[in-house]
Write a protein that binds this ligand. Sequence first.
Ligand code: RIB
Length: 309
Amino acid sequence: MAAMPHVVVVGSCNIDLIAYAPRIPNPGETILGDRFSMGFGGKGANQAVMAARLGATVSMVGAVGDDLYAQMTLRNFADQGVDASHVTRVAGSSGVAPIWVETNGTNRIIVVAGANALVDGAAAAAAIERMTDVDVVAGQLEIPQAATLAAFRAARARGAITVLTPAPAAPLDPELLALTDWLIPNEPELEALAGAPIAGDDEALADHATATGVSLVVTLGARGAALVQAGHVTRLPAPAVEAVDTTGAGDAFVGAFVVGLAIGLVSIDAVRLGIACAAESVRRPGTQASYPDRRRAAELRAWVAAGGH
Ligand code: RIB
């Protein structure tokens, strides 16, 4: 594959409204928070930004509204070197995500889709068909599954690798699953798909991957990740870090993993690159704001390529 791979992300753009508080309020209760920050998020946009910081050529396919958040989001893509010419403007509000982060870094997120709900499948497919040299197409579940499905059809037709993050958890269209090469759930998302908490059970993981016809990576937070490929399970640990905010760590993982795949790393090393970038992100507050910058991302990429782990 190309040294500078082309990663296409078909997915969501949100503005994250993050409140840091010692704990989550009970129903009917008001508590005082510690601080607030507004930043750029959305699972799709996060994956795109992480991939761009690792040196990939990245195109974002999605939608924003006609509000101030839309202008900010498009400006951010320009600043991050992400091609947003396939991000359409639609009437109404952009996607927003109120987020609560507790002292131990745990997050809770509500996504209000706004423009993300209006991403059009035909337009997404046409965009992918028109692009040159598409290596990987990544999707998530914050835009209509029909749009991701159309994009994955176009990706498959031109031989690109498809990577699906099944988040937020939802039943998957069987055709979308059939068009997916790599499925990357976290533990709750895997449990929702499998109908049982199987993340700790190698045999069940291998059976699930075989039954769904995908290669699987389960992200396990502080415990790293489990790679399930061709009936074989490899568990890769994460470095011990002090987590202050886990928001978007899964997206950092996926953005890095897809770059790893696209530059031709073996899958174990692509997972290591994902873990390294996610582990860095949880040490800092914010979503995209917490991701390794281009200089640090290049160091992590070189470290993994040199066999470091
Ligand atoms: O995965 C983290 C992301 O989920 C946040 O950026 C938020 O916008 C939601 O999409």
